[in-house]
Design a protein around this ligand. Structure first.
Ligand SMILES: [Zn+2]
Length: 122
């Protein structure tokens, strides 16, 4: 793996841990079923290919295996609006479409920000 791939994987692993720590015991964002260590996944609202929101703690939420597998973006959007409101949901969509150019240093900064978030909330 390149340094870049290592940094991205480290962030993917961290956001998954954060969401599982934060959302286990809470309802699946989409269907409302209680999330357990066995059925929880870290489900992205805007897909992982959108770098600007790939490690955003509002864009990634605890979702059961079934809903993550079904990958219904419209249902996820309705759920985002219920949980965070229309304005935040629109902002995440806008952010996802924006072009970001993360340097390796930026990715390291994002990692440390997420670690701080994890200490507080996950
Ligand atoms: Zn579900």
């Amino acid at each position: 793996m390149t340094q870049r791939q290592i940094l991205e994987k480290r962030l993917d692993d961290l956001i998954r841990d954060i969401i599982k720590g934060r959302d286990t015991g809470s309802p699946c964002i989409t269907c409302g079923k209680t999330l357990t260590p066995e059925n929880i996944t870290a489900g992205h609202f805007m897909k992982r290919r959108h770098l600007a929101t790939r490690w955003n703690t509002l864009n990634v939420n605890g979702q059961c295996w079934k809903c993550n597998g079904e990958d219904d973006t419209d249902l996820y959007e309705e759920a985002m609006i219920r949980r965070y409101g229309a304005t935040i949901t629109e902002n995440i969509k806008k952010m996802a479409r924006s072009a970001v150019h993360y340097t390796n240093e930026d990715l390291t900064t994002v990692y440390h920000e997420l670690k701080r978030y994890q200490e507080k909330y996950a």
